[in-house]
Design a protein around this ligand. Structure first.
Ligand code: AMP
Ligand code: SF4
Length: 453
């Protein structure tokens, strides 16, 4: 199976050793991937360490020298776990060697892999990242220039990719021509940094310079040098704002926290309900619940306590783990909910499993009514660009109308934000966003059926 990954990348050029800063940067982006972590630095050659598990586990007792380096945390779907596919990936070829970390998913990977195999390439992993890296290496040799090689490779890549590359003593940041996945540059006194999310810049004491632009290639050494391929259109992933990114990040100039709060406020405006308390599904619903509470004048309360040491249930590859996960993850606070009419806020419903279990849990602990309010409009179509919800069968909203969903979840009422409300909350023009999992309007028009699941 090819790679379908939502990950985080981090790169840094400095005049001081960078290992600790990469570690902190990755640590702050742990929410983007918990399966494995890797760091590569440059001394007179590339040094690398990668291991399974959380950042805090993967680098115990490890230190790598070097003032230039990069890191990656990885999430993977079923069937592609294991260290073979972990990143950064190192490529050795006639043009030297480089390390690459990738966040995203190609939609033409099968085709590219086949073409490249016919031309004699061999592959050691099943990831898109290796396809990207080998393509860049091939094109570098053809063009005689590394950045030109990247441009030639980009002209053949379809899909989402935010890349950080460590080549010689340089960091190179690359963002796909649709800017689907986030990628941002920052600067501190000693360093230039590139990261998937701005929270990683905060973590290392850097300030935002700007987002990497759609189709842009930025070479970072002492200076920042920019090149680019043509961008067809922007298609920033709406789900980063709704769910995936950390709320303290700023993506493409927009603060995620403010958008989530606004999504809650709009829900209160458009889907009001007579209730005693606003409760969030922690942690994904908290910011929107604050917005809903403020806009509705219904008090916000902590109706559910989350076990802090539990990872994202959804992020575990096996269904069995997810099911167990929801049971041990949350515990209601009886005094806050018993006998009360609740508004329950979460970011999204995929299969409906989480909402159903939580509604039941709240009722078991005495809630008089549970009104579910969801900030993300109904998810109906698979994501081909790296977010783990690829198959139609997974979506409760695909086949069922709102009343049927209400029944299945066992709520007293359920309402979602509309797509227009989502666009209003994000504040970008509709055609600058990817909304494909909501409306089937895929921003990259060709090759949508090449999904290899
Ligand atoms: P479900 O239980 O299948 O309806 O999934 C919805 C829950 O999973 C919500 O609480 C979301 O916060 C969370 N969620 C939605 N999409 C994803 C995703 N792609 N990865 C991880 N968690 C998700
Ligand atoms: Fe994001 Fe949905 Fe587009 Fe996937 S289909 S990139 S989750 S908006």
């Amino acid at each position: 199976m090819e790679g379908k990954e939502k990950c985080a990348v981090f790169g840094i050029y400095s005049n001081k050793p960078v290992f600790d800063l990469i570690y902190y940067g990755l640590y702050s982006m742990q929410h983007r991937g918990q399966e494995s972590a890797g760091i590569a630095t440059y001394t007179d050659k590339i040094e690398i360490h990668k291991a399974e598990g959380l950042v805090s586990e993967a680098f115990k007792g490890v230190f790598l020298e070097g003032c230039v380096g990069m890191g990656h945390v990885r999430y993977s779907t079923t069937g592609e776990s294991g260290m073979g596919n972990s990143q950064p990936l190192i490529i050795n070829y006639a043009g030297g060697s480089f390390a690459v970390g990738h966040n995203g998913n190609l939609i033409n990977s099968l085709e590219l892999r086949m073409q490249m195999k016919r031309r004699g390439s061999t592959f050691a992993t099943t990831t898109d990242t290796e396809i990207i890296a080998k393509l860049i290496a091939q094109e570098h040799l053809k063009e005689g220039d590394f950045v030109k090689g990247i441009k030639q490779a980009m002209n053949q890549l379809r899909g989402s990719y935010s890349l950080v590359i460590l080549k010689d003593k340089k960091i190179i940041a690359v963002r796909d021509p649709w800017a689907l996945k986030p990628l941002i540059i920052g600067r501190s006194d000693n360093s230039i940094i590139v990261a998937s999310e701005s929270c990683a810049l905060d973590a290392v004491g850097a300030k935002i310079v700007r987002d990497v632009k759609a189709g842009e290639i930025i070479v970072i050494d002492k200076n920042i040098k920019s090149d680019s391929v043509i961008s067809e259109r922007l298609a920033h992933c709406m789900f980063e704002y709704v769910y995936f990114a950390r709320p303290d990040s700023i993506i493409d100039g927009l603060p995620v926290y403010e958008i989530r709060k606004k999504l809650g406020e709009i829900l209160a405006r458009d889907a009001p309900v007579d209730a005693d308390i606003v409760v969030a599904v922690p942690a994904s619903g908290i910011t929107a619940a604050i917005g809903y509470a403020r806009a509705s004048n219904i008090p916000y309360g902590e109706g559910l306590m989350k076990n802090r040491y539990f990872g994202r249930t959804f992020i575990l590859p096996e269904q069995i783990d997810r099911e167990k996960g929801v049971r041990i993850k949350l515990n209601p606070i009886k005094s806050e909910i018993s006998g009360k009419k609740l508004v329950l806020i979460d970011d999204s419903i995929v299969r409906g499993t989480t909402a159903k279990r939580i509604v039941k849990l709240l009722r078991d602990f005495g809630a008089a009514q549970v009104h579910v309010r969801i900030t993300c409009p109904p998810l109906k179509e698979p994501c081909f660009y790296g977010i783990d919800m690829q198959t139609h069968g997974e979506f409760i909203a695909k086949e069922n109308d709102i009343e049927e969903i209400r029944k299945q979840i066992g709520a007293d009422s359920i309402r979602y934000n509309s797509i227009d409300s989502l666009i209003e909350a994000i504040g970008l023009p509709e055609n600058n966003l990817c909304l494909a999992c909501l409306n089937g309007n895929y921003p990259i028009k060709d090759k949508q059926l090449k999904l290899d699941v």
